[in-house]
Each structure stands twice: as structure tokens, then as C-alpha cells.
Design a binder for this molecule. Structure first.
Ligand code: PLP
Length: 431
């Protein structure tokens, strides 16, 4: 299938090209030329397949003209080599735990698929992965691309705005992974990445690729776990599913909406955010007005100008869906913390701020017992060990992998929030 640029419908390219360039002209995001449909009567049959075979099948609906099913299965097998679990919290509320991958966040799904498929499509030329992170993307990208031939990785993140553990997890690797602490917030980092992509000189000299959630490969990979969630639900409950998603750049929600558009019978999505509530305000007023980014407990969601939003508008438009039906809620740090405490004391469930936001939004919107509520667990609580230990007065053990990274030296560079400075660094090191 082909993919088109949302900002310039004449730019139509293959999956391989979209994978490599990431962003199109005028900063346009790529979008599938059509959404493959699965007929309702075939859904249960597809849900009966195992996770790897089903995921390969779903992805093949988008890319089968560019990769054989045999190769795709191999790639999916390497990328999704960790479990995902639907855990019952209480009555009709479940958590889809997506954080059992190597860097303990759901980002492992998208990024590991991307690194495997990029490696498959680019054997000769050197590619530079340039990405901004508010925490978890950095770790997922660094680990997914570590030691992969011909791929250099540069990760920008806001200095002192991510947890030490998050930082250690991706800033200690070295080799083909370079990390830069920028004096600014996540939106500043994202801007430096965008400016690099727009820079004609750089574009002509090197192949730049952003592995952040605007890359179409990451997005389609994330469809797979929505189907898996349904596979783990009994048939009688499949018509009443409400899914609450902790949103930052809205990639996760976009993937969810694509699965619905493909035919997965999700009754309703809830877009849960922290105090960075641009989308909630937009849904109420119709005016897109990002404010200054606010730092919160759920730092991976500290985004005031979510970069996947144009894709969501596109999906609503092509499906003729009513944007008023998208439910959104903005949750304060105070309620986030209370939710973590409540989940622990009432249900013995240990969670972390991002997932807790999705839990609270679900809890406050679910209406009757017939509804089957799922909130997405996007990060492992151990990633926020100090904070969780403090508020729950417990000691959670770090998984061994994390303990080892904590002992290593941080290799990051410190940069001002300045494009020329950054560009000079790129020229010096890669051109
Ligand atoms: C990135 C991230 C999010 C936000 O996901 P988006 O796809 O950017 O909306 C939520 N929770 C965690 C733990 C994350 O790392």
C-alpha cells in the first residue's frame, strides 16, 4: 500500500520510503492510503490466532507488497519477544500491561518493530536516527538500535526533567548511541529535531530518520496490542469495551483508532492526559491553542503540542466519526498520586503515574457493570522507584537489568537550546 502526506496529498510514497524519511514535506505526517478492513464476522477468527501470527497478518495488510509474509513473521518474532498481559484490577476494570519489554515501557513495541524493519530495508547506507524523548522513547530507541549496523542514533532529552533511572537506561550505552541533555523542555527538543529535518543542507548530506512516534512503522506496530487485548477477553464482553489511554504525543491513541477503523469493535476511547490539556480544550472549544508545557509526575506525557494530532483528525474525517464522541480528561498530579495510593491500598496493585492517569479517567467515566474497561499500563512502576517507594512506603525491587544500568556512567553531552549549536555538532560528527 502507499502512504500519503497529510499536508500535501500529492506526496505519495511506499512504506519503505515513509519508514526512511519519517516526515514528509511541510512537516507532513504520512498516512495509509486506505485503512484495511476486517469484516466483523472474521474478527473472532483473527482473534483466535496467536499473537505473533496475528500481528504479522495485521501488519501484512499494510505492507505485504513490500515484504514477504515469511520475512515479516521473523521480524515480528524478534521485535515482540516479550509478553503482554491483561490483568484484572477489580470487577470490570482491567489493565493491559504493555511494559514487560526490555526497557519496561510500551514504546518497546513500536520501536523494536521499527529497528528490525529498518534494518531489513537498509543494508548498505548509513542512517542517522535523530529523536527527541521525554523519557521512555529514548530508552526504547537506544536499546532497539544498539549495535545495529549502519545506524547511528542521536537522542535529545530535556535536562533534569526525566528520572535518573530513565536517563541511566539510555545514556550509558555508548557505541552507536549518542545522547544529548538539552537546556529546555521536551517541546524544545522536539523543535530541534524538526529544524534539523527542515534544514536543506543537512537533508542533502545525511539520511536523517526520526524514530519518534511520527514514524509510520511505530504506529502500525502498536495496532497489534489492541487486537491482543480483545483476544484475551471472552467473546461476550467484546462488544462493550472502553479503552483509556494515557496520552502525550497521541501515537498510542492513533494506533487504537486505526484498529477500530480496521474493524476492531472498540466501543469508546478515552484520551487521558495530565495537566497538558491542549486536546481537551480543543475538543471543548474547537480552538487549537497549546500553552507552555507544564512539568508533571507523568513526564513522558508532558507534551503541549502533540505531534500525532493531525492523524487523529484525518481518521475522524475519513471515517465520518464525530469528534465529540472522543472522550478526554485531564488529570492533575494530586489525583494521579491519590489514584496510585488507592490502587495499592484497595486492590494491591502497584502502578506508576502514566498508567494511573488512564486508570482514573476510566474509573470516572465508566457507567455501568456491562461495560468492560481497559486502561493501558504504559510503564513499569520500577521505573519510578523512588517516587513510588516514597508515596506507598514500600520498597519495590528493581529488575536486575535496571540495577546494572544504574551503576554505569552517564555519557550524555550537555547542550544549550540552540539549533546552530546542534547543527554544528552534527556537521562535525557525521558529515
Ligand atoms: C510515551 C508515553 C506515553 C504517551 O504515549 P503517546 O503515544 O505519546 O501518546 C504514555 N506513557 C508512557 C509511560 C510513555 O512513555
Amino acid at each position: 500500500m502507499k502512504f500519503y502526506n497529510i499536508n500535501n496529498h500529492k506526496e505519495i510514497i511506499s512504506f519503505k520510503q515513509a519508514l526512511k524519511i519519517g516526515l514528509g514535506k511541510n512537516q507532513g505526517l504520512f498516512f495509509p492510503s486506505f485503512i484495511p478492513k476486517i469484516h466483523l464476522k472474521n474478527i473472532n477468527e483473527i482473534l483466535d490466532m496467536d499473537f505473533i501470527n496475528r500481528s504479522s497478518y495485521l501488519l501484512s495488510l499494510f505492507i505485504k507488497d513490500e515484504i514477504s509474509s515469511k520475512d515479516l513473521i521473523k521480524i515480528v518474532n524478534k521485535a515482540f519477544n516479550f509478553p503482554l498481559k491483561l490483568v484484572n484490577i477489580k470487577d470490570n476494570i482491567f489493565c493491559l500491561e504493555l511494559f514487560h519489554g526490555p526497557t519496561l515501557s510500551f514504546k518497546d513495541f513500536g520501536v523494536r518493530f521499527m529497528s528490525q524493519i529498518l534494518n531489513y530495508f537498509t543494508k548498505q547506507k548509513k542512517i542517522i536516527i535523530l529523536t527527541a524523548t521525554s523519557g521512555d522513547t529514548g530508552a526504547a530507541v537506544a536499546h532497539a538500535f544498539y549495535n545495529i549496523n549502519n545506524i547511528e542514533v542521536i537522542i535529545l532529552y530535556p535536562k533534569n526533567k526525566i528520572s535518573i533511572l530513565q536517563e541511566k537506561l539510555f545514556c550509558t550505552l555508548g557505541k552507536n548511541i549518542k545522547t544529548i541533555a538539552v537546556q529546555g523542555n521536551f517541546d524544545d527538543c522536539q523543535k530541534l529535531v524538526k529544524q534539523s529535518f527542515e534544514d536543506t543542507y543537512l537533508r542533502n548530506k545525511v539520511i536523517l530518520n526520526s524514530a519518534n512516534s511520527i514514524n509510520i512503522s511505530r504506529l502500525i506496530a502498536q495496532i497489534c496490542y489492541y487486537f491482543e487485548a480483545f483476544a484475551q477477553i471472552s467473546k461476550k464482553n467484546r462488544n462493550n469495551v472502553i479503552i483509556s489511554i494515557p496520552c502525550g504525543n497521541f501515537g498510542n491513541l492513533t494506533a487504537g483508532l486505526i484498529s477500530k477503523s480496521m474493524g476492531l469493535p472498540v466501543k469508546k476511547f478515552i484520551a487521558a492526559t495530565n495537566s497538558n490539556d491542549t486536546v481537551l480544550r480543543y475538543l471543548k472549544s474547537g480552538i487549537w491553542k497549546p500553552k507552555k508545557t507544564i512539568t508533571t509526575l507523568s513526564n513522558a506525557m508532558d507534551v503541549s503540542n502533540p505531534n500525532n494530532w493531525p492523524r487523529i483528525l484525518e481518521l475522524f474525517q475519513i471515517n465520518n466519526w464525530d469528534l465529540n464522541k472522543l472522550s478526554s480528561q485531564s488529570i492533575s498530579d494530586c489525583i494521579t498520586e491519590q489514584s496510585i495510593i488507592k490502587l495499592y491500598h484497595q486492590y494491591e496493585y502497584i502502578t506508576e503515574p502514566h498508567s494511573a492517569i488512564a486508570y482514573y479517567a476510566l474509573y470516572s467515566k465508566i457507567k455501568h457493570e456491562k461495560e468492560f474497561g481497559i486502561f493501558l499500563g504504559t510503564a513499569h512502576p520500577a521505573k519510578f522507584q523512588n517516587y513510588i517507594n516514597k508515596i506507598l512506603k514500600i520498597t519495590i525491587q528493581l529488575p536486575i537489568v535496571l540495577t546494572n544500568y544504574m551503576k554505569k556512567e552517564n555519557l550524555s553531552y550537555n547542550f544549550p537550546n540552540n539549533f546552530t549549536y546542534f547543527k554544528n555538532f552534527l556537521i562535525k560528527n557525521y558529515i
